[in-house]
Design a protein around this ligand. Structure first.
Ligand code: HEM
Length: 125
């Protein structure tokens, strides 16, 4: 497989739904993340499904509704420390397991998201 068809390989929209639901139920309970996320994560999850769909090589749903992601800029209002980066990745690792995303896709996705998460850090502790 190649980066471009991870979306199809993992099972398309259903797999992305499972992953994002599992991810935000963890985010909503993580002490390091609760302070910066909204109480109601419905809209956040909807946008993340759109984003990850295109990130995995599926249809460009995020760009169609919101324009260029400019993710680092969109995260600037939130203080993202190394601790919060680690918390985000911990939630994602758990979600990849819970959603039963299989190897080699699981490791490949986690690796790419680790790079993106590093890029999102914008402040010290
Ligand atoms: C939005 C935190 C990493 C993708 C958000 C929001 C917060 C946040 C607080 C706003 C939620 C809202 O108001 O709805 C974090 C933290 C990260 C992180 C602490 C740790 C490094 C990432 C990564 C990605 C990502 C790695 C890419 C996969 C998004 C997207 C949105 C978002 C797509 C929605 C943007 C929009 O409003 O259109 N994030 N994020 N985030 N994040 Fe992150």
């Amino acid at each position: 497989y190649q980066q471009g068809n991870i979306y199809e390989a993992i099972g398309g929209a259903e797999a992305v739904d499972r992953l994002v639901e599992a991810f935000y139920s963890r985010v909503g309970e993580h002490p390091d993340l609760i302070p910066i996320f909204p109480d109601d994560l419905t809209e956040t999850a909807r946008k993340q499904k759109q984003f990850l769909t295109q990130f995995f090589g599926g249809p460009p749903l995020y760009i169609q509704e919101h324009g260029h992601p400019m993710l680092r800029a969109r995260h600037m209002p939130f203080p993202i420390t190394p601790t919060r980066r680690d918390a985000w990745l911990e939630c994602m690792a758990g979600a990849l397991d819970e959603a039963e995303i299989e190897e080699p896709y699981k490791s490949s996705i986690y690796e790419r998201l680790t790079m993106t998460a590093n890029h999102m850090m914008n402040t010290e502790e």
